[in-house]
Design a protein around this ligand. Structure first.
Ligand SMILES: [Zn+2]
Length: 519
């Protein structure tokens, strides 16, 4: 746990150094590019040198209001009933999360009924459950009204900062399931430049918003970490979601960007998402949208009025990226993908939805190699490296970040041969990156050394391995890794085990160059 003062200090650091983003936008490349990066798809390209990314000025915060408690005794609006609480036996052994969300957009408040059906797949009898409750890291944001286990209300739990521990009156045997029900209210915080979660005067971003049972690893225990000044700290199992959103004080022009197909049910919208790490949504009265399909996947770009050119360019590039990565890695794991403009000064990935900074849209120059497109491709790649193949983001962040960064290179070489060479200088070499790639977020220090090591050296490591083993073996390996570790939480040991199953080439010198630990 981090005391409030320390958390504030961390937040101050976040603001000062613009850290914590997932994609590390290029801030001040020392060289300009020639016009070969222009692309017909973005026909109005210009050879303008890349501009430093400036933080988008945030609108003046609305006056902070003391949250008005939602009337907990008032029943939720009528709605089309969800399926029986206990779902039919799942085809998989994944947990299920069922939500009924009453959204008051105007007051940025949500009243939530959450049911978790949790099968004990840990291999150990469980006497407690540990949940991540990220919204509880903010004062006055999360208010728990009632908790029950298998239908019995209980107060036998602790909730401190982002950690909830529920004591089970009856231990949960291996293979048995239980039903955890939470009734709570969320009063979204103002989201300044250092966070996505919350509201601003244009949108609400509802991410990392609900209590979830964290992964349990035999011999290690529950995987729940504190935030650091860089990187992401949450680790999530692959689970199923069934979310119904109702609007109180509903406005008819509210546009909701979620990470699953929308189904109209009665006076609500239902979203079902299977085999994903997290459910997220964003809403605004001001979104302009453009959509496209690739195979059976619908991609929708949500952007501000006036950003149509950029909003459609990242839509088109993402459609191309889904094609490339589906071919190289594994089929795209979801039915939809939403691209959402926001004020946060970076990109950030979730399953089936990613955010991109408004500054990327404002600075978009029509070329293929700029922060909007490059970071967008990076976040699209996270659908495979984070979404499909999970990892311990706190302790082994390179497993998703190095692969997402290297995916940018794969996209450019496949989609626009010739640009990938420019990409190496623009994205990697100009920064002369140093550092070992297998550091935790707590060893990361500040933004630049962390991203240099984990992202940029990570990409160089992948390239060195590819050169050593050859393209055929490399791409067979990466495909096998995606398949074997899909919907699981991969470790470095998994990565190297599968790599070595494809190649007997000696890469010990490469590993020694890039890793602090032997593999
Ligand atoms: Zn990333």
């Amino acid at each position: 746990m981090i005391p409030e003062r320390s958390r504030k200090f961390l937040q101050a650091l976040l603001i000062l150094f613009v850290v914590s983003g997932c994609a590390a936008p290029v801030q001040a490349p020392p060289t300009s590019l020639d016009s070969t990066v222009a692309l017909d798809l973005y026909s109005t390209s210009t050879p303008t040198p890349f501009q430093p990314v400036a933080n988008t000025p945030l609108p003046t915060p609305l006056p902070t209001k003391t949250p008005t408690p939602l009337p907990t005794s008032t029943p939720l609006p009528t709605y089309t009933p969800l399926p029986p609480t206990r779902m039919p036996a799942a085809e998989t052994d994944q947990a299920s999360y069922i939500f009924l969300v009453d959204l008051d957009y105007a007051n940025h408040q949500l009243a939530i009924d959450e049911t978790i059906q949790y099968p004990n797949q840990t291999g150990e009898q469980l006497n407690t459950l540990v949940l991540a409750v990220e919204p509880n890291r903010w004062m006055g944001v999360f208010r728990l009204n009632q908790l029950s286990v298998d239908g019995l209300e209980t107060n036998d739990y602790s909730l401190v900062d982002g950690r909830m521990e529920v004591i089970l009156a009856n231990p949960l045997a291996v293979g048995d399931s239980l039903n955890l029900k939470l009734d709570y209210d969320l009063y979204l915080p103002w989201n300044g430049a250092d966070q996505i979660f919350g509201y601003n005067n244009w949108q609400i971003n509802v991410v990392d918003w609900y209590p979830f049972i964290v992964p349990h690893v035999s011999g290690t225990g529950w995987l729940l970490y504190e935030p650091a000044s860089v990187g992401e700290h949450l680790v999530m199992d692959s689970v199923d979601f069934d979310v119904t959103i109702l609007q109180s004080n509903g406005s008819t022009d509210l546009s909701i960007a979620a990470n699953a197909p929308a189904e109209l049910v009665g006076n609500g919208i239902r979203y079902r998402l299977s085999g994903a790490r997290t459910f997220v949504f964003s809403a605004s009265n001001g979104y302009v949208t453009s959509s496209a399909t690739v195979g059976d996947v619908t991609v929708t770009s949500y952007y501000a009025e006036g950003n149509k050119k950029a909003g459609e360019a990242i839509l088109n590039a993402t459609v191309e990226a889904i094609g490339v990565f589906s071919d190289v890695y594994a089929p795209y794991p979801y039915k939809t993908l939403s691209i959402v403009e926001t004020f946060y000064p970076d990109g950030m990935e979730y399953d089936g939805l990613f955010y991109l900074s408004r500054s990327f849209y404002d600075d978009f120059d029509g070329t293929l190699l700029n922060n909007l497109i490059m970071i967008g491709i990076h976040e699209a790649a996270h659908q495979w490296w984070f979404g499909l193949v999970g990892n311990d983001q706190a302790m082994e962040p390179w497993l998703d970040e190095a692969l997402a960064t290297y995916s940018e290179r794969i996209f450019y070489e496949r989609f626009s041969p010739g640009v990938d060479g420019v990409w190496w200088n623009f994205r990697v070499n100009d920064f002369q990156p140093t550092g070992k790639i297998d550091i935790s977020i707590y060893q990361g220090g500040m933004f630049r050394p962390y991203t240099d090591a984990v992202y940029l050296r990570g990409a160089k490591f992948m390239e060195n391995v590819r050169t050593r083993v050859g393209d055929e073996v490399f791409f067979a390996f990466i495909r096998d890794y995606a398949t074997q570790m899909g919907h699981k939480i991969a470790t470095a040991d998994d990565f190297f085990r599968i790599l070595y199953s494809h190649s007997s080439a000696d890469i010990s010198d490469i590993v020694a160059t890039y890793f602090q630990n032997p593999h």
